[in-house]
Design a protein around this ligand. Structure first.
Ligand SMILES: [Mg+2]
Length: 429
């Protein structure tokens, strides 16, 4: 039977999702974080889902794009990436992304961060129309489940008093004992066997002590530490020396390719990044200088699932490892990450995911981690369904917001608790 894969309708739904008070070097997560849910409906009534950042700058590009998609085919993904979104480069070039946590912003990265949600929605619709899982459209899975690591955060017990928010039951984690307690909980609830600590929050000695405590509590388990570029080269090398015997890798200890290359030259501890290699254009310098040994891909800003596979191929050619980065995301993105990760042969490190921190989702059924792994679904498309009541509820929260939370700003959230807080000058230590 021939299907009509013409896009008949595009639905964009910005939402605000509850987020616990997770700390990083820039500040703290806001009580709600913006996401955008994309739906492409074909003439035959098949609906493909995608998800990306929901901040204003992404919405401003997604809305006119959505209007231009009706009449095109969900099969024409190459054509989708050829659409000029008219990004005003002067507004973004040289800025740091997400308050300095995702590297340098550029017009192209912004463009890809929007297009990726539509690419995922196209692939989901294609799969549903053809009766095939997304991994089959990408060449087929090479594993039946994808491993994720426990993503540990320094964390307050709750958002500052007086701030409207959902409660969480994770408690505080502000010292080595708290970090180990959190790790045990994550392992208990989801079975994770590797651990990543988001660092750059406290002086390096305290974070070294936390990783040491994890190594003692979980002997032989892979451990990572990610201070988001908060350290000087000297501090990075000191930490690498102190933790060299227990770290699987050190993630973005210093900011930028030049500093990372200097750190890399002085230590045998592998360096990973989601900050100095975030676009294809940044690969050449970083790889030829041996600045990083593992690239953490993120299909949102790398431009989708097909680009993720291309990045993995380039990494393989240079003998550089590949794994996955995560920002706050919901189940549509976790399903997309899992589908593409299932097709990458050289994926030797557990992927990152914030998903365990999200108590809310727009799926009818949450995805589950078992033994730290997410099963690769073989149902058509991404294999997930939207809970429309929940989507509407989270959209109402976005619509009711006065604008204060529609753009992620970790420093602003920190100022609620510490009015004098300023975005730190790097390196902090
Ligand atoms: Mg990182």
């Amino acid at each position: 039977m021939t299907r009509d894969l013409t896009i008949a309708e595009v639905r964009l739904t910005p939402i605000l999702v509850a987020d616990p008070p997770l700390l990083n070097t820039q500040g703290v997560h806001q009580p709600y974080t913006p996401r955008l849910i994309v739906e492409l409906v074909t003439a035959d009534g098949v609906t493909g889902f995608g998800e990306t950042y929901g901040d204003t700058k992404y919405l401003e590009l997604a809305r006119p794009l959505a209007e231009r998609l009706t009449g095109r085919s969900v099969m024409d993904v190459n054509g989708l990436f050829g659409i000029d979104l008219g990004v005003d480069a002067s507004r973004v070039e040289g800025q740091v992304d997400a308050g300095g946590l995702r590297g340098v912003q550029s017009a192209d990265k912004l463009r890809l961060s929007v297009l990726s949600a539509f690419e995922v929605a196209c692939l989901d619709a294609q799969g549903k129309a053809l009766g095939l899982p997304v991994h089959a459209l990408l060449g087929g899975k090479v594993r039946d489940s994808v491993e994720y690591s426990a993503y540990l955060f320094y964390k307050w017990a709750r958002h500052p008093a007086g701030v409207a928010c959902e409660q969480d039951d994770w408690g505080a984690a502000l010292d080595p004992a708290g970090v180990v307690r959190q790790a045990r909980l994550l392992k208990e609830r989801h079975g994770f066997t590797s651990f990543k600590l988001k660092g750059g929050v406290f002086p390096p000695d305290e974070e070294v002590a936390a990783v040491r405590a994890l190594a003692e509590a979980f002997p032989g388990h892979p451990l990572r530490l990610d201070p988001n570029g908060a350290w000087s080269v000297e501090t990075s090398l000191k930490v690498a020396k102190e933790l060299g015997d227990v770290l699987e890798y050190l993630e973005d200890p210093a900011l930028g390719t030049a500093a990372m290359a200097e750190v890399s030259a002085g230590t045998a501890v592998p360096l990973a990044t989601n900050m100095c290699v975030t676009t294809f254009g940044e690969i050449k310098e970083a790889f030829t200088r041996d600045a990083v040994q593992v690239v953490l891909c993120d299909h949102h800003y790398w431009g989708g699932l097909r680009n993720t596979r291309q990045l993995a191929a380039v990494c393989a050619a240079f003998g550089v490892g590949v794994s996955m980065h995560s920002n706050t995301h919901l189940g549509i993105s976790l399903a997309a990450m899992t589908q593409v990760a299932a097709t990458v042969p050289g994926l030797h490190h557990a992927c990152d995911s914030h998903y365990p921190w999200q108590s809310e989702d727009v799926l009818t059924e949450r995805l589950r981690f078992r033994d730290g792994r997410v099963a690769v679904l073989d149902a058509p498309g991404l294999g997930v369904e939207l809970d429309r009541d929940e989507l509407a509820r989270l959209h109402r929260r976005w619509a009711d917001d006065d604008g204060a939370l529609r753009d992620r700003d970790d420093a602003a959230a920190m100022r609620v608790a510490e009015p004098g807080w300023r975005q730190p000058v790097m390196p902090r230590w």
